[in-house]
Design a protein around this ligand. Sequence first.
Ligand SMILES: Nc1ncnc2c1ncn2[C@@H]1O[C@H](COP(=O)(O)OP(=O)(O)O)[C@@H](O)[C@H]1O
Ligand SMILES: [Mg+2]
Length: 257
Amino acid sequence: MSDQTDQRNAPPATSSERTVARLVNATKRFGAGDAAVTALNDATIEFRKGEFTAVMGPSGSGKSTLMYCQSGLDRLTSGHAYIGDVDVSTLSDQELSVMRRSTLGFIFQSFHLVPALTSRENITLPVDLNADAEVDEAFLNELAVVLGIEHRLENLPSQLSGGQRQRVAVARAMIPRPEVIFADEPTGALDSKTSGELLAYLRTAVDDLGQTIVMVTHDAVAASHCDRVVYVQDGVLVDEGRNPTVDDVLGKIRELS
Ligand SMILES: Nc1ncnc2c1ncn2[C@@H]1O[C@H](COP(=O)(O)OP(=O)(O)O)[C@@H](O)[C@H]1O
Ligand SMILES: [Mg+2]
């Protein structure tokens, strides 16, 4: 236990070795002229292997844009987004989608489930799309039980509650066992009990499977499950902390607002 804590507190031996995702001088502008919005403003940040990071900040501060650009779902206006050593801006759309399928998982704020597919079909979609992969049925069932959707696998999204849809979206992101998971407010539609169960599961994925998770959240309790919390304001990283407690996070949010 203390070993683990020490390891989490210690800076990495060489940062490049453990860095799995990195933004360098990242700027993202939307629109032009008077209507232009700078969502990311020369932001530099890195995410390390086997770390669970919370991204916090006011609404409109650029959190979703950070996740989208970091994972290659959107392209930066200037600067660089790396996954491992690969600058995602150098990849074609096809190369990007292959990399995303093999390495990354994304839990969207709006779930993005396919309405005509059942929960099970939605969950296995990323694996079904990959000719080289097969669905691990045992893992699917384990995920469904952990997430409490085992009796909803044959239902369509329209037959599910918001919280159940969110958990289907989580299972879909986890099933290919991606190295890095980007989760945009994954507990936003969940009650506190289900939220706690999901966070405990994400914690296990990091601790036992060595996955890396970057999670946007507004919830100080959710952030307290993380190894690190980063605070974003006006498109830049303004502060960060390690092993945050609920009080740390609440204090920092008050300070920044
Ligand atoms: N597709 C878009 N077109 C225009 N403006 C956008 C777009 N996406 C985000 N923005 C703007 O960029 C800023 C950051 O948005 P976002 O990254 O969604 O913030 P957050 O996730 O922190 O709430 C906001 O001002 C938002 O209105
Ligand atoms: Mg957002």
